[in-house]
Design a protein around this ligand. Structure first.
Ligand code: COA
Length: 258
């Protein structure tokens, strides 16, 4: 494994840092391959309950796909580079909660990476945009599909068609970011949230995510029936028995993940 993505553990939280600060953490093939390998490892590791993704350095989360790799590529080369599994889709369907800790420029593929996470926490100095239009391109990491679902069609049109950047407070106002923290508190705020999440039952987290993800593709009536079935399925788990007993016995629950 190269050092383009670093993995640290803090309790039950894995922190992945995309580590190309001299290129503002642009996503090249190596970063994407390393991310996929690390996500595989994290999925299989029962000691990890949640994942936080960030960029190295003060300036950038991820400034997009590595534009240098686009030069001279044929459509077939590009199609090969975009073959499945793709890091955006793996993150969007990851069984464990994934939080983007957005420490600076969050552009193009970086904004799409953040949109593939479950929760986005941003520094008040972060800036967001989908500037692909300025390169004669459109977003290719799910941006035309995930962004309109997050911020509405009009705001997505505005960002993707103009390529303009917006500040963190505006990103929060339109729903692109869930929490904004002062730059100096970003890590503590994000890791506290991740630790709270990672302390819950891994099994129940997975089911809760599955139910909420379904809201993005199902009509509300179908989604509510699906939620009812998943809620009832929880009654078969040891963690539901433990959670209810622990509450009634006024003690902390000890989750088994089954
Ligand atoms: N791909 C490849 N390299 C990138 C990059 C990207 N997406 N974004 C930044 N870099 C590189 C720059 O080429 C520069 O490398 P160099 O020092 O070897 O010349 C380095 O990162 C620093 O970037 P620089 O442009 O000098 O910083 P800045 O503060 O002046 O500007 C940005 C910051 C983010 C506004 C500017 O880098 C930018 O517009 N980047 C491209 C964003 C983009 O279009 N993303 C979508 C890609 S599909």
């Amino acid at each position: 494994m190269s050092d383009t993505v670093l993995k640290e553990l803090e309790g039950r939280v894995a922190l992945l840092t995309i580590n190309r600060p001299d290129k503002l953490n642009a996503l090249n093939q190596q970063v994407r391959d390393d991310m996929l390998a690390l996500l595989d490892e994290i999925e299989a590791d029962d000691a990890i309950g949640a994942v936080v993704i960030t960029g190295a350095g003060e300036k950038s989360f991820v400034a997009g796909a590595d534009i240098g790799e686009f030069a001279g590529r044929s459509p077939f080369d590009q199609r090969e580079a975009m073959r499945s599994p793709r890091v955006f889709d793996v993150m969007a369907s990851f069984p464990k909660p994934v939080i983007a800790m957005i420490n600076g420029f969050c552009l193009g593929g970086g904004c799409e990476l953040a949109a593939s996470c479950d929760i986005r926490v941003a520094s008040d100095r972060a800036r967001f945009g989908q500037p692909e239009i300025k390169l004669g391109l459109i977003p290719g990491g799910g941006g035309t599909q995930r962004l309109p679902r997050m911020v509405g069609l009009g705001q997505a049109m505005r960002l993707i068609l103009s390529g303009e950047m917006i500040q963190a407070d505006e990103a929060a106002r339109i729903g692109l970011v869930d929490l904004v923290a002062p730059a100096d508190d970003l890590r503590a705020t994000t890791m506290d949230l991740a630790a709270k999440i990672a302390a819950q039952s891994p099994l129940t987290l997975r089911v809760a995510k599955e139910a909420m993800r379904a809201s993005q593709r199902m009509a509300v009536e179908e989604g509510i029936l699906y939620e009812r079935d998943l809620f009832c399925l929880c009654f078969s788990s040891e963690d539901k028995a433990e959670g209810v007993s622990a509450f009634l016995e006024k003690r902390a629950a000890e989750w088994k993940g089954r």
